[in-house]
Design a protein around this ligand. Structure first.
Ligand code: LLP
Length: 441
């Protein structure tokens, strides 16, 4: 994406976008997204679906990675579903035109209004625990409406040990139902005529770098599904018309999201592409004894590599042992390095020639020693103050995890398509920051 030494997002040159013409420039730091890249990523999932399986596979975009409506519109138009983890995410997905049967609501701590909203709208929902099942049952009764439900189970996957513990959601995490609790949930569902079990769900975690773990997850769910289908229907309920043929509605396996992306950007691939995953999953689906439907919930692999965070280098300084490039972006804009020790590639927007480079930490201006964007990065020894830098692969869990710590305004977001661009979230102002204080008397 460098053209003549200047970083571009599609056909837009980031120096011109930042410096702008008159007042049209975008103040740094800001996120800039490529619509084409987002579409390509989504198509990596969708175009691998063979025609005869089109109505059997749903790729639902996990809004948590980036719920910007400008991005949701693109994904709805290419035919993705939506995966929400809060009532507000569900509301936004509805508002942006996703149909309820393509919206999945996950959560281990769902609020009462969120459950009522999901049932009332007809969104699909995960049961995360026995108490969650009871709360969903109450909502179905209150609204006298049936609900289409999944059971979220937690599988033991030792191959995930290399994933950061914050990004693991399998056995040992707070999410989902342990395998020995599944029977209890099945009993709860059976004894409630409005609870309809349509699927099983297992999301293993995030930043997974091999397709085989995710395919294994599908196989695990298929085995579990075959067992559940044999689980007896209570004889006392056999007469109920809704339960007459047992688990007749159960036919979806949801393998969650979790496919990692190549944050390294050192020339050798560090993560499979969505199309690689799809090829493997589709062939596992064909092999399965029962003709299951399939759901996937990708987030990072849809938007992660589609954005850079553009920032200005304010200056370079040193302490006794180290050099620091201080930028106007900080952990309040991109917390992944500070929170998970995550690596994001960093480069200057304008590439110099034959400059001597030196190792330095790239840090923000927040009053925390843990505020950094990159450690020990080779950057030109003398970066002129005011130079623009790009922090790569900032599209997922970037802007949405931004905060107002140190009373810093959250960054703008810009969506580029070809030569055109538009601001899809304006930068916060001082007034935005103090409004909620001022509104109290
Ligand atoms: N489905 C469920 C139930 C999830 O919990 C998640 C993410 C996804 C789907 C989407 O996973 P993805 O395809 O994006 O990996 N803040 C962390 C990531 C937390 C992800 C948690 N769950 C980070 O910045 O790495």
């Amino acid at each position: 994406e460098y053209v003549n030494g200047v970083l571009h997002c599609e056909d837009v040159d980031l120096v011109t976008l930042t410096e702008g013409l008159g007042a049209r420039g975008i103040p740094t730091p800001y996120f800039v997204y490529s619509e084409g890249q987002i579409r390509d990523n989504a198509n990596g999932y969708l175009s691998e679906i063979p025609p005869d399986l089109r109505d059997r596979i749903v790729a639902g975009y996990a809004l948590k990675a980036n719920p910007n409506p400008g991005i949701l519109g693109v994904l709805r138009r290419v035919g993705m579903g939506a995966v929400a983890v809060s009532g507000a995410e569900m509301r936004l997905a509805r508002r942006e035109g996703f149909p309820p049967h393509l919206i999945m609501f996950n959560g281990n701590g769902k609020d009462t209004w969120e459950i009522l909203y999901a049932v009332g709208q007809g969104c699909l929902m995960n049961i995360d625990s026995p108490f969650d099942a009871s709360r969903i049952a109450l909502a179905c009764d209150e609204l006298a409406t049936p609900a289409s439900l999944f059971i979220r189970v937690k599988a033991a996957f030792p191959q995930l040990d290399s994933v950061h513990s914050y990004n693991r959601t399998s056995a040992g995490s707070k999410f989902g139902v342990a395998l020995d609790e599944v029977e209890e949930i099945l009993q709860q569902i059976k004894s409630h005529p409005r609870m309809k079990l349509i699927g099983l769900h297992s999301h293993l975690g995030s930043t997974i770098k091999d397709t085989s773990t995710l395919v294994e997850n599908f196989r695990f769910l298929a085995r579990l599904g075959d067992q559940v289908r044999k689980f007896p229907t209570k004889s006392s309920l056999k007469s109920s018309p809704l339960r007459a043929d047992g688990w007749k509605d159960l036919d979806i396996l949801n393998i969650g999201g979790g496919l990692g992306i190549d944050y390294q950007r050192d020339g050798s691939p560090h993560a499979p592409l969505p199309s690689d995953l799809m090829r493997h999953v589709v062939s596992a689906l064909r092999e399965a004894a029962f003709p299951w439907r399939l759901w996937l919930e990708p987030g990072r692999s849809i938007v992660g590599n589609a954005a850079v965070l553009v920032t200005r280098v304010l200056g370079v300084k040193g302490n006794e042992t180290k050099r620091f490039a201080v930028t106007d972006a900080a952990m309040t804009d991109l917390i992944r390095p500070s929170l998970y020790g995550a690596y994001h590639h960093i480069s200057l927007v304008v590439q110099g020639q034959h400059e001597e480079s030196e190792e330095m930490d790239v840090v923000g201006g927040v009053c925390e020693s843990g505020d950094f964007l990159g450690k020990c990065r080779r950057l030109p020894r003398s970066i002129p103050a005011g130079s623009l830098a790009a922090i790569w692969d900032a599209g997922a869990y970037g802007a949405v995890l931004g905060s107002n710590y140190n009373l810093r305004p959250r960054a703008a977001e810009v969506l580029v398509a070809g030569q055109g661009w538009r601001v899809i979230r304006r930068r916060e102002t001082f007034d935005d920051l103090v409004r909620l204080y001022d509104e109290c008397d």
